[in-house]
Design a protein around this ligand. Sequence first.
Ligand code: GLN
Length: 464
Amino acid sequence: MIDTKTLTIKEASEKMRKGEMSSFDLVSSCLDLIKEKNSKLNIFLEIFEDALEQAKRADEMLKEGKGGTLCGIPIAVKDNILIEGRINSSGSKMLENYRASYDAFVIKRLKESGAVLVGRTNMDEFAMGSSTENSAYGAVKNPLDTSRVPGGSSGGSAGAVSGGMALGALGSDTGGSIRQPASFCGVVGMKPTYGGISRSGLTAMSSSLDVIGPFAKTAEDAEIIFDCIKGRDEMDSTSIDLNDLENENRKVIGVPRDFLKEGVDKEVLQNFEESIEKLKKKGYKIVDISLPYSKYSLAVYYIIMPAEVSTNLSRLDGIRYGLRTEGENVFDTYKKTRSCGFGVETRRRIMLGTYVLSHGYYDAYYNKAWKVRRAIMKEYDDVFKNVDFVMTPTTPTPAFRFGAKSSPVEMYLSDIFTVSANLAGLPSISIPSGIGSEGLPFGTLFTTRQKSDKMLFSIEKDLK
Ligand code: GLN
Protein backbone atom coordinates (compact mmCIF):
# COMPACT_ATOMS: atom_id res chain seq x y z
CA MET A 1 0.00 0.00 0.00
CA ILE A 2 1.36 3.41 -1.00
CA ASP A 3 1.40 6.13 1.68
CA THR A 4 -0.79 8.65 -0.10
CA LYS A 5 -0.90 10.93 2.95
CA THR A 6 2.70 11.99 2.39
CA LEU A 7 3.32 11.30 -1.30
CA THR A 8 3.35 14.42 -3.49
CA ILE A 9 2.20 14.72 -7.09
CA LYS A 10 5.76 15.56 -8.14
CA GLU A 11 7.17 12.41 -6.52
CA ALA A 12 4.39 10.16 -7.79
CA SER A 13 4.68 11.52 -11.29
CA GLU A 14 8.44 10.93 -11.38
CA LYS A 15 8.07 7.41 -10.02
CA MET A 16 5.41 6.57 -12.55
CA ARG A 17 7.47 7.89 -15.45
CA LYS A 18 10.39 5.75 -14.29
CA GLY A 19 8.11 2.73 -14.01
CA GLU A 20 8.66 2.44 -10.24
CA MET A 21 4.99 2.91 -9.45
CA SER A 22 1.81 2.34 -11.39
CA SER A 23 -1.21 4.58 -11.46
CA PHE A 24 -3.26 1.45 -10.77
CA ASP A 25 -1.50 0.87 -7.44
CA LEU A 26 -1.60 4.55 -6.54
CA VAL A 27 -5.30 4.94 -7.28
CA SER A 28 -6.04 1.63 -5.49
CA SER A 29 -4.34 3.00 -2.38
CA CYS A 30 -6.47 6.16 -2.49
CA LEU A 31 -9.63 4.13 -3.05
CA ASP A 32 -8.78 1.85 -0.09
CA LEU A 33 -8.46 4.89 2.15
CA ILE A 34 -11.72 6.33 0.85
CA LYS A 35 -13.50 3.03 1.49
CA GLU A 36 -12.11 2.88 5.01
CA LYS A 37 -12.74 6.51 6.00
CA ASN A 38 -15.49 8.02 3.92
CA SER A 39 -18.48 6.75 5.88
CA LYS A 40 -17.13 8.64 8.88
CA LEU A 41 -15.74 11.75 7.16
CA ASN A 42 -18.40 12.24 4.43
CA ILE A 43 -15.80 13.78 2.11
CA PHE A 44 -16.92 12.10 -1.13
CA LEU A 45 -20.50 12.22 -2.37
CA GLU A 46 -19.60 9.72 -5.08
CA ILE A 47 -16.60 7.54 -5.81
CA PHE A 48 -16.24 7.01 -9.53
CA GLU A 49 -16.69 3.32 -10.37
CA ASP A 50 -14.34 3.64 -13.33
CA ALA A 51 -11.39 5.15 -11.38
CA LEU A 52 -9.33 1.96 -11.78
CA GLU A 53 -10.18 1.79 -15.48
CA GLN A 54 -8.96 5.37 -15.84
CA ALA A 55 -5.78 4.38 -13.96
CA LYS A 56 -5.15 1.47 -16.35
CA ARG A 57 -5.54 3.81 -19.30
CA ALA A 58 -3.12 6.25 -17.66
CA ASP A 59 -0.61 3.42 -17.20
CA GLU A 60 -0.85 2.71 -20.93
CA MET A 61 -0.30 6.40 -21.69
CA LEU A 62 2.72 6.46 -19.38
CA LYS A 63 4.22 3.42 -21.09
CA GLU A 64 3.87 5.17 -24.41
CA GLY A 65 5.41 8.35 -23.02
CA LYS A 66 2.14 10.25 -23.48
CA GLY A 67 0.10 12.45 -21.13
CA GLY A 68 1.05 15.39 -18.95
CA THR A 69 2.58 15.68 -15.48
CA LEU A 70 -0.79 14.74 -14.00
CA CYS A 71 -0.97 11.48 -15.95
CA GLY A 72 -2.09 8.76 -13.53
CA ILE A 73 -2.51 11.16 -10.60
CA PRO A 74 -5.71 10.72 -8.53
CA ILE A 75 -7.63 14.01 -8.38
CA ALA A 76 -10.87 14.77 -6.49
CA VAL A 77 -13.39 17.21 -7.95
CA LYS A 78 -15.75 19.55 -6.10
CA ASP A 79 -19.38 18.74 -6.77
CA ASN A 80 -20.02 22.04 -8.59
CA ILE A 81 -17.63 21.33 -11.49
CA LEU A 82 -19.27 19.52 -14.40
CA ILE A 83 -18.06 16.11 -15.53
CA GLU A 84 -19.93 14.84 -18.58
CA GLY A 85 -22.49 12.16 -17.77
CA ARG A 86 -22.05 12.45 -14.02
CA ILE A 87 -24.30 13.85 -11.33
CA ASN A 88 -23.43 17.41 -10.38
CA SER A 89 -25.49 18.37 -7.35
CA SER A 90 -23.54 21.39 -6.04
CA GLY A 91 -24.26 20.07 -2.55
CA SER A 92 -27.98 20.72 -3.07
CA LYS A 93 -31.18 18.65 -3.11
CA MET A 94 -32.24 20.89 -5.97
CA LEU A 95 -29.78 19.20 -8.34
CA GLU A 96 -29.69 15.78 -6.68
CA ASN A 97 -30.35 13.97 -9.96
CA TYR A 98 -28.89 16.48 -12.38
CA ARG A 99 -26.38 14.99 -14.82
CA ALA A 100 -23.86 17.16 -16.60
CA SER A 101 -24.13 17.19 -20.38
CA TYR A 102 -20.57 18.39 -20.94
CA ASP A 103 -17.15 18.61 -19.31
CA ALA A 104 -16.03 21.81 -17.62
CA PHE A 105 -12.97 23.33 -19.31
CA VAL A 106 -10.80 22.29 -16.35
CA ILE A 107 -12.07 18.71 -16.57
CA LYS A 108 -11.23 18.55 -20.28
CA ARG A 109 -7.72 19.68 -19.45
CA LEU A 110 -7.35 17.11 -16.65
CA LYS A 111 -8.62 14.34 -18.90
CA GLU A 112 -6.21 15.33 -21.69
CA SER A 113 -3.36 15.20 -19.23
CA GLY A 114 -4.37 11.67 -18.16
CA ALA A 115 -5.34 12.56 -14.59
CA VAL A 116 -7.56 10.03 -12.80
CA LEU A 117 -10.79 11.54 -11.49
CA VAL A 118 -11.60 9.60 -8.32
CA GLY A 119 -14.87 11.18 -7.23
CA ARG A 120 -17.00 14.19 -6.43
CA THR A 121 -16.44 15.95 -3.15
CA ASN A 122 -18.98 17.28 -0.70
CA MET A 123 -19.47 21.03 -0.34
CA ASP A 124 -21.70 23.70 1.16
CA GLU A 125 -24.86 24.07 -0.91
CA PHE A 126 -24.03 26.11 -4.05
CA ALA A 127 -20.68 26.97 -2.41
CA MET A 128 -22.26 29.08 0.32
CA GLY A 129 -20.60 28.53 3.65
CA SER A 130 -17.33 28.32 5.55
CA SER A 131 -17.65 24.95 7.25
CA THR A 132 -19.35 22.51 4.84
CA GLU A 133 -22.14 22.28 7.42
CA ASN A 134 -24.53 23.68 4.78
CA SER A 135 -24.35 20.64 2.49
CA ALA A 136 -27.70 18.98 1.83
CA TYR A 137 -25.80 15.69 2.16
CA GLY A 138 -24.49 16.16 5.69
CA ALA A 139 -21.42 17.90 7.09
CA VAL A 140 -17.84 16.90 6.27
CA LYS A 141 -15.43 16.10 9.11
CA ASN A 142 -11.90 17.42 9.20
CA PRO A 143 -9.59 14.40 8.73
CA LEU A 144 -7.04 15.95 11.12
CA ASP A 145 -9.56 16.19 13.97
CA THR A 146 -13.05 14.82 13.43
CA SER A 147 -14.58 17.07 16.09
CA ARG A 148 -13.75 20.04 13.83
CA VAL A 149 -15.07 21.37 10.54
CA PRO A 150 -12.82 21.18 7.47
CA GLY A 151 -13.75 24.74 6.47
CA GLY A 152 -15.81 25.50 3.42
CA SER A 153 -17.28 25.62 1.03
CA SER A 154 -14.74 23.28 -0.62
CA GLY A 155 -14.35 21.29 2.64
CA GLY A 156 -14.62 17.96 0.81
CA SER A 157 -11.80 18.75 -1.62
CA ALA A 158 -9.51 20.08 1.14
CA GLY A 159 -10.26 17.02 3.29
CA ALA A 160 -9.64 14.61 0.39
CA VAL A 161 -6.10 15.92 -0.07
CA SER A 162 -5.38 16.23 3.64
CA GLY A 163 -6.61 12.68 4.27
CA GLY A 164 -4.58 11.14 1.39
CA MET A 165 -7.72 10.16 -0.53
CA ALA A 166 -6.47 12.02 -3.61
CA LEU A 167 -3.14 13.69 -4.33
CA GLY A 168 -4.78 16.86 -5.57
CA ALA A 169 -8.24 18.37 -5.87
CA LEU A 170 -10.22 21.12 -7.52
CA GLY A 171 -12.31 23.61 -5.59
CA SER A 172 -14.02 26.92 -6.23
CA ASP A 173 -13.40 30.18 -4.41
CA THR A 174 -15.90 33.05 -4.34
CA GLY A 175 -14.88 34.61 -1.05
CA GLY A 176 -12.36 32.17 0.39
CA SER A 177 -13.75 28.71 -0.27
CA ILE A 178 -10.44 27.23 -1.41
CA ARG A 179 -8.03 29.06 0.86
CA GLN A 180 -9.99 28.87 4.12
CA PRO A 181 -10.56 25.07 4.02
CA ALA A 182 -6.96 24.59 2.84
CA SER A 183 -5.83 26.39 5.98
CA PHE A 184 -8.16 24.33 8.23
CA CYS A 185 -6.96 21.05 6.71
CA GLY A 186 -3.23 21.82 6.55
CA VAL A 187 -2.87 21.86 2.76
CA VAL A 188 -2.09 24.43 0.05
CA GLY A 189 -5.07 26.11 -1.65
CA MET A 190 -4.84 28.70 -4.40
CA LYS A 191 -7.26 31.05 -6.16
CA PRO A 192 -6.08 32.46 -9.49
CA THR A 193 -6.57 35.95 -10.93
CA TYR A 194 -10.24 36.32 -11.86
CA GLY A 195 -10.57 34.75 -15.30
CA GLY A 196 -7.19 33.01 -15.13
CA ILE A 197 -8.94 29.64 -15.09
CA SER A 198 -12.08 29.24 -17.17
CA ARG A 199 -15.40 29.10 -15.31
CA SER A 200 -17.03 27.19 -18.14
CA GLY A 201 -18.71 24.24 -16.44
CA LEU A 202 -18.62 25.67 -12.93
CA THR A 203 -22.07 26.02 -11.38
CA ALA A 204 -22.36 29.78 -10.91
CA MET A 205 -22.63 31.19 -7.43
CA SER A 206 -21.53 34.81 -7.86
CA SER A 207 -20.20 35.23 -11.37
CA SER A 208 -18.05 38.32 -10.81
CA LEU A 209 -16.23 36.63 -7.92
CA ASP A 210 -16.14 32.88 -8.71
CA VAL A 211 -12.89 31.13 -9.66
CA ILE A 212 -11.75 27.51 -9.84
CA GLY A 213 -8.43 26.60 -8.25
CA PRO A 214 -6.23 23.75 -6.98
CA PHE A 215 -5.63 22.03 -3.64
CA ALA A 216 -2.44 20.04 -3.03
CA LYS A 217 0.04 19.15 -0.30
CA THR A 218 2.72 21.49 -1.59
CA ALA A 219 2.81 24.72 -3.58
CA GLU A 220 4.83 22.89 -6.23
CA ASP A 221 2.00 20.38 -6.66
CA ALA A 222 -0.63 23.13 -6.70
CA GLU A 223 1.37 24.78 -9.48
CA ILE A 224 1.37 21.57 -11.51
CA ILE A 225 -2.44 21.46 -11.36
CA PHE A 226 -2.69 25.20 -12.02
CA ASP A 227 -0.48 24.92 -15.11
CA CYS A 228 -2.70 22.15 -16.44
CA ILE A 229 -6.01 24.00 -16.05
CA LYS A 230 -5.22 27.70 -16.57
CA GLY A 231 -5.67 29.77 -19.69
CA ARG A 232 -8.04 31.39 -22.12
CA ASP A 233 -11.14 29.48 -23.11
CA GLU A 234 -13.53 30.72 -25.75
CA MET A 235 -16.46 29.34 -23.74
CA ASP A 236 -15.78 31.86 -20.94
CA SER A 237 -15.63 35.43 -22.20
CA THR A 238 -14.02 36.59 -18.95
CA SER A 239 -11.14 34.12 -19.23
CA ILE A 240 -7.65 35.42 -19.90
CA ASP A 241 -4.13 34.19 -20.50
CA LEU A 242 -1.81 34.79 -17.57
CA ASN A 243 1.74 36.05 -17.75
CA ASP A 244 4.49 33.82 -16.48
CA LEU A 245 6.47 36.03 -14.17
CA GLU A 246 7.84 33.31 -11.94
CA ASN A 247 11.49 34.18 -12.33
CA GLU A 248 11.24 37.75 -11.27
CA ASN A 249 12.87 38.24 -7.95
CA ARG A 250 10.21 39.97 -5.91
CA LYS A 251 10.69 40.12 -2.21
CA VAL A 252 8.75 43.00 -0.66
CA ILE A 253 5.84 42.00 1.52
CA GLY A 254 3.21 44.39 2.88
CA VAL A 255 1.46 43.61 6.16
CA PRO A 256 -1.81 45.46 6.91
CA ARG A 257 -1.34 45.62 10.69
CA ASP A 258 -4.55 47.59 11.36
CA PHE A 259 -6.47 44.73 9.90
CA LEU A 260 -5.00 42.25 12.39
CA LYS A 261 -6.00 44.01 15.57
CA GLU A 262 -9.43 42.62 16.31
CA GLY A 263 -10.87 39.16 16.61
CA VAL A 264 -7.75 37.22 15.69
CA ASP A 265 -6.81 34.23 17.85
CA LYS A 266 -3.61 34.71 19.89
CA GLU A 267 -1.89 31.60 18.56
CA VAL A 268 -2.79 32.56 14.99
CA LEU A 269 -1.11 35.93 15.51
CA GLN A 270 1.93 34.30 17.09
CA ASN A 271 2.24 31.93 14.16
CA PHE A 272 1.91 34.86 11.78
CA GLU A 273 4.76 36.73 13.50
CA GLU A 274 6.91 33.57 13.32
CA SER A 275 6.23 33.33 9.59
CA ILE A 276 7.29 36.96 9.17
CA GLU A 277 10.57 36.24 10.99
CA LYS A 278 11.28 33.23 8.74
CA LEU A 279 10.71 35.30 5.63
CA LYS A 280 12.93 38.11 6.91
CA LYS A 281 15.73 35.59 7.35
CA LYS A 282 15.27 34.57 3.72
CA GLY A 283 15.83 38.14 2.58
CA TYR A 284 12.26 39.41 2.28
CA LYS A 285 11.64 43.00 3.22
CA ILE A 286 8.54 43.42 5.38
CA VAL A 287 6.75 46.78 5.37
CA ASP A 288 3.61 48.06 7.06
CA ILE A 289 0.79 48.96 4.72
CA SER A 290 -2.68 50.28 5.23
CA LEU A 291 -5.79 49.02 3.47
CA PRO A 292 -8.49 51.27 4.95
CA TYR A 293 -11.26 50.18 2.57
CA SER A 294 -10.61 46.50 3.09
CA LYS A 295 -12.35 46.58 6.43
CA TYR A 296 -15.54 47.01 4.42
CA SER A 297 -14.83 44.04 2.21
CA LEU A 298 -17.11 41.60 4.05
CA ALA A 299 -19.96 44.14 4.01
CA VAL A 300 -19.46 44.72 0.29
CA TYR A 301 -19.19 40.98 -0.36
CA TYR A 302 -22.47 40.29 1.46
CA ILE A 303 -24.29 42.69 -0.86
CA ILE A 304 -22.72 41.90 -4.24
CA MET A 305 -22.51 38.13 -3.72
CA PRO A 306 -26.18 37.58 -2.67
CA ALA A 307 -27.33 39.88 -5.50
CA GLU A 308 -25.55 37.64 -8.02
CA VAL A 309 -26.64 34.47 -6.18
CA SER A 310 -30.30 35.51 -6.37
CA THR A 311 -30.00 36.04 -10.12
CA ASN A 312 -27.95 32.92 -10.85
CA LEU A 313 -30.18 30.61 -8.82
CA SER A 314 -33.41 31.97 -10.31
CA ARG A 315 -32.99 29.42 -13.11
CA LEU A 316 -33.68 26.66 -10.59
CA ASP A 317 -37.45 26.94 -10.60
CA GLY A 318 -38.69 23.38 -11.08
CA ILE A 319 -39.44 23.94 -14.75
CA ARG A 320 -36.19 23.81 -16.67
CA TYR A 321 -34.13 21.31 -14.76
CA GLY A 322 -33.50 19.97 -11.29
CA LEU A 323 -36.05 19.19 -8.60
CA ARG A 324 -39.75 19.76 -9.27
CA THR A 325 -42.41 19.78 -6.59
CA GLU A 326 -45.75 19.99 -8.33
CA GLY A 327 -48.10 22.76 -7.19
CA GLU A 328 -51.60 23.86 -8.15
CA ASN A 329 -50.35 26.28 -10.78
CA VAL A 330 -47.00 27.45 -12.13
CA PHE A 331 -46.37 29.97 -9.34
CA ASP A 332 -47.24 27.41 -6.72
CA THR A 333 -44.80 25.00 -8.40
CA TYR A 334 -42.04 27.62 -8.26
CA LYS A 335 -42.76 28.29 -4.62
CA LYS A 336 -42.96 24.66 -3.53
CA THR A 337 -39.90 23.62 -5.54
CA ARG A 338 -37.70 26.41 -4.25
CA SER A 339 -38.89 26.01 -0.65
CA CYS A 340 -38.21 22.26 -0.66
CA GLY A 341 -35.09 22.30 -2.81
CA PHE A 342 -32.97 25.02 -1.21
CA GLY A 343 -31.50 24.92 2.29
CA VAL A 344 -31.74 27.69 4.89
CA GLU A 345 -28.51 29.54 4.00
CA THR A 346 -29.29 29.51 0.28
CA ARG A 347 -32.78 30.86 0.88
CA ARG A 348 -31.38 33.55 3.18
CA ARG A 349 -28.99 34.74 0.46
CA ILE A 350 -31.62 34.65 -2.29
CA MET A 351 -33.87 36.87 -0.14
CA LEU A 352 -31.02 39.22 0.73
CA GLY A 353 -29.96 39.45 -2.92
CA THR A 354 -33.49 40.07 -4.16
CA TYR A 355 -33.83 42.82 -1.56
CA VAL A 356 -30.63 44.68 -2.45
CA LEU A 357 -31.57 44.54 -6.14
CA SER A 358 -35.12 45.73 -5.61
CA HIS A 359 -36.21 49.05 -7.07
CA GLY A 360 -36.18 51.16 -3.92
CA TYR A 361 -32.91 49.81 -2.53
CA TYR A 362 -30.69 49.25 -5.56
CA ASP A 363 -28.89 52.59 -5.27
CA ALA A 364 -28.62 52.50 -1.51
CA TYR A 365 -27.06 49.04 -1.35
CA TYR A 366 -25.99 47.42 -4.60
CA ASN A 367 -24.65 50.52 -6.33
CA LYS A 368 -22.95 51.74 -3.19
CA ALA A 369 -21.32 48.34 -2.65
CA TRP A 370 -19.92 48.51 -6.18
CA LYS A 371 -18.42 51.94 -5.46
CA VAL A 372 -16.66 50.56 -2.41
CA ARG A 373 -15.57 47.50 -4.43
CA ARG A 374 -13.90 49.83 -6.90
CA ALA A 375 -12.22 51.67 -4.03
CA ILE A 376 -10.90 48.33 -2.74
CA MET A 377 -9.53 47.49 -6.21
CA LYS A 378 -7.81 50.87 -6.39
CA GLU A 379 -6.43 50.49 -2.91
CA TYR A 380 -4.74 47.22 -3.92
CA ASP A 381 -3.46 48.73 -7.17
CA ASP A 382 -1.81 51.48 -5.14
CA VAL A 383 -0.36 49.09 -2.57
CA PHE A 384 1.14 46.90 -5.30
CA LYS A 385 3.10 49.88 -6.59
CA ASN A 386 5.29 49.46 -3.50
CA VAL A 387 5.01 45.85 -2.42
CA ASP A 388 4.88 42.49 -4.21
CA PHE A 389 2.72 40.56 -1.79
CA VAL A 390 0.15 41.32 0.87
CA MET A 391 0.44 38.89 3.77
CA THR A 392 -2.13 38.06 6.49
CA PRO A 393 -3.17 34.91 8.34
CA THR A 394 -5.63 32.98 6.12
CA THR A 395 -8.25 32.79 8.87
CA PRO A 396 -8.75 34.47 12.26
CA THR A 397 -8.93 31.08 14.05
CA PRO A 398 -7.90 27.49 13.37
CA ALA A 399 -10.61 24.93 12.45
CA PHE A 400 -13.59 25.35 14.77
CA ARG A 401 -15.99 22.76 16.21
CA PHE A 402 -19.27 21.77 14.59
CA GLY A 403 -22.07 24.17 15.53
CA ALA A 404 -19.58 26.66 17.00
CA LYS A 405 -20.78 29.55 14.83
CA SER A 406 -24.29 30.11 16.06
CA SER A 407 -25.13 33.14 13.91
CA PRO A 408 -24.58 33.54 10.17
CA VAL A 409 -22.59 36.74 10.74
CA GLU A 410 -20.14 34.91 13.02
CA MET A 411 -19.64 32.37 10.24
CA TYR A 412 -19.15 35.12 7.67
CA LEU A 413 -16.28 36.53 9.72
CA SER A 414 -14.18 33.42 8.95
CA ASP A 415 -13.55 34.96 5.53
CA ILE A 416 -12.44 38.38 6.71
CA PHE A 417 -8.94 37.97 5.25
CA THR A 418 -9.85 36.08 2.08
CA VAL A 419 -12.75 38.02 0.49
CA SER A 420 -10.89 41.12 -0.66
CA ALA A 421 -8.84 39.09 -3.17
CA ASN A 422 -12.11 38.02 -4.81
CA LEU A 423 -13.52 41.54 -4.81
CA ALA A 424 -10.35 42.84 -6.48
CA GLY A 425 -9.88 39.77 -8.73
CA LEU A 426 -6.41 39.09 -7.33
CA PRO A 427 -4.50 35.79 -7.16
CA SER A 428 -4.01 34.48 -3.63
CA ILE A 429 -2.64 31.38 -1.93
CA SER A 430 -2.91 29.82 1.52
CA ILE A 431 0.23 28.00 2.64
CA PRO A 432 0.41 25.79 5.75
CA SER A 433 2.58 27.58 8.31
CA GLY A 434 2.65 25.41 11.41
CA ILE A 435 0.61 23.54 13.99
CA GLY A 436 -0.92 25.03 17.16
CA SER A 437 -1.11 23.71 20.72
CA GLU A 438 -4.34 21.82 19.94
CA GLY A 439 -2.71 20.07 17.00
CA LEU A 440 -4.55 22.16 14.40
CA PRO A 441 -2.83 23.66 11.37
CA PHE A 442 -2.37 27.38 10.64
CA GLY A 443 -2.32 28.90 7.17
CA THR A 444 -0.70 32.09 5.93
CA LEU A 445 -2.24 34.00 3.05
CA PHE A 446 -0.30 35.72 0.29
CA THR A 447 -1.99 37.86 -2.33
CA THR A 448 -0.32 39.45 -5.32
CA ARG A 449 -0.96 41.55 -8.43
CA GLN A 450 -3.41 40.46 -11.09
CA LYS A 451 -1.89 38.01 -13.57
CA SER A 452 1.19 37.44 -11.39
CA ASP A 453 -0.20 34.13 -10.16
CA LYS A 454 3.05 32.22 -10.67
CA MET A 455 4.75 34.40 -8.08
CA LEU A 456 2.65 32.82 -5.36
CA PHE A 457 4.07 29.33 -5.70
CA SER A 458 7.64 30.22 -4.86
CA ILE A 459 7.08 31.56 -1.31
CA GLU A 460 6.41 28.21 0.32
CA LYS A 461 10.05 27.11 0.31
CA ASP A 462 10.99 30.29 2.20
CA LEU A 463 8.40 29.69 4.90
CA LYS A 464 10.07 26.46 6.02
N1 GLN B 1 -17.53 31.41 2.91
C1 GLN B 1 -17.92 32.37 1.93
C2 GLN B 1 -19.41 32.34 1.74
O1 GLN B 1 -20.05 31.71 2.49
C3 GLN B 1 -17.20 32.10 0.65
C4 GLN B 1 -17.81 31.05 -0.17
C5 GLN B 1 -17.03 30.72 -1.41
O2 GLN B 1 -15.90 31.17 -1.58
N2 GLN B 1 -17.64 29.94 -2.28
O3 GLN B 1 -19.93 32.93 0.87
